[in-house]
Design a protein around this ligand. Structure first.
Ligand SMILES: [Zn+2]
Length: 85
């Protein structure tokens, strides 16, 4: 997903879906109401941070499953995750 805004004069568009998010150059929304992409710098930072935390959590969960089930097979780990979570 692309995020942030594209500016054409006073027209601000969502970088991801090209939805017009402002017509007067003033960005009032943090997220695009069309596709949900973060638009403002704060929203983008939050999004990036959440993405990193989710990635860490997922990797830790996968590591736990691998240890618990004594397997390094990615396919097996995914199968166990689907069954257990
Ligand atoms: Zn959008």
């Amino acid at each position: 997903m692309k995020y942030g805004i594209e500016q054409q004069g006073f027209l601000l568009k969502c970088s991801n879906c090209q939805n017009i998010v402002s017509k007067n150059g003033d960005l009032q929304k943090n997220f695009c109401e069309e596709c949900g992409a973060p638009l403002s710098v704060t929203a983008i930072a939050d999004y990036e941070q959440q993405k990193e935390e989710t990635k860490k959590l997922l990797l830790n969960t996968m590591k736990d499953i691998a240890i618990k089930n004594n397997t390094d097979s990615f396919t097996k780990i995914i199968k166990i995750m689907i069954e257990e979570y």
